[in-house]
Design a protein around this ligand. Structure first.
Ligand code: ASN
Ligand code: ZN
Ligand code: CA
Length: 330
């Protein structure tokens, strides 16, 4: 079936003015990305609400008071995430079959969360505290969409250590998508949720260089970490990804300063985030299973690095060193 391709203009809250994939006369239907659609729940909490449509192909005005603005952010985030998986990892959509998901914005009232749901194959966004700061930033969208990828690949169970690895996988690819998008208004960083002001004081939700900066996440693995909330047991794997990408110690990237000490005090040499993401993706899709724990994630990423770069490579050694740096040893 032939469908006309339209390029709309999105005036987002978090990513400036962007191009959106739309369908004629006009709806938020991304015909080049599996017909991914964005719906307005208009403060409801069930069903799909109404598909965003309009007489022109301009969406939002950059402020949360315009109902289309959150839709523009969510639609843009889904598009960048789709493009990242396709162009970097050769994965055609969440299931790898070219079929798009859909997004729902304006869920409930003052709902301060966003979530992926396997049963609807969709992601949903609240409007934030006082309906003022929708949880539609690019890294949040990539995080939620990645839950769909994880569900359809390794299937990491969402509790215990596998739950922490599931959460970290969403944060890892959230960061990878943010750098990939190279958006001038929302530059790449190793922070999660830095744009949505969820704490009300301008601090991000999570930090990958030193996860404990959030006051709850763990920097390193320990026996019993499987008993903490998955958004905190994700810390060591987030830290692993930072160490593998950028190396240990202090560094400033895109104006953000990081400091990433290792738990063993030994240095890690970074291999760059592109290679780190390739290793994690290969491990997620060919090594990890539903019950993978931290020890098995180490084994799986080493196997992936060996296949990609060889077992005598600098990349392989950095993978081993980064796991040692978060207290996951041989
Ligand atoms: N935003 C949260 C997440 O993606 C929702 C949840 O706790 N499941 O992890
Ligand atoms: Zn999550
Ligand atoms: Ca971020």
């Amino acid at each position: 079936e032939w469908q006309a391709i339209e390029n709309g203009v999105g005036n987002t809250e978090y990513s400036g003015q962007v191009t959106l994939g739309t369908a004629p006369s006009y709806t938020l239907t991304d015909t080049t990305r599996g017909n991914h659609k964005t719906y307005n729940l208009n403060h409801g909490t069930s069903g799909t609400g109404t598909l965003f449509s309009g007489s022109d192909d301009v969406w939002g005005d950059g402020t949360a008071s315009n109902a289309e603005t959150a839709a523009a952010d969510a639609h843009y985030g889904a598009a960048e995430t789709w493009d990242y998986y396709k162009n970097v990892h050769g994965r055609n959509g969440i299931k790898g079959n070219g079929v798009g998901a859909y997004s729902r914005v304006h869920y409930g009232n003052s709902y301060v969360n966003a979530f992926w749901d396997d049963s609807c194959f969709c992601m949903t966004y609240g409007d934030g505290s006082g309906n003022a700061s929708p949880l539609t930033a690019l890294d949040v969208a990539a995080h939620e969409m990645t839950h769909g990828v994880t569900s359809n690949t390794a299937g990491l169970v969402y509790s215990g250590e596998s739950g922490g690895l599931n959460e970290a996988t969403s944060d890892i690819f959230a960061t990878a998508v943010e750098f990939y998008a190279n958006n001038a208004t929302d530059k790449g960083d190793y922070l999660i949720g830095e744009k949505i002001d969820i704490n009300g004081d301008g601090t991000p939700l999570r930090y990958q260089d030193k996860p404990s900066k959030d006051g709850a996440s763990k920097d390193a693995w320990y026996s019993g970490i499987g008993n903490v909330d998955v958004h905190y047991s994700s810390g060591p794997a987030n830290h692993f990804f930072y160490l593998l990408s950028e190396g240990s110690g202090a560094k400033t990237i895109n104006g953000v300063s990081y400091d990433s000490p290792t738990s063993d005090g030994l240095p890690v040499t970074g291999i760059g985030r592109d290679k780190a993401a390739l290793i994690w993706f290969k491990a997620l899709t060919t090594k990890f299973t539903s019950t993978t724990n931290y020890a098995a994630a180490r084994t799986g990423t080493l196997a992936a690095a060996g296949e990609l770069y060889g077992t005598t490579s600098a990349e392989y050694k950095s993978v081993a060193d980064a796991w040692a740096g978060i207290n996951v040893g041989a």
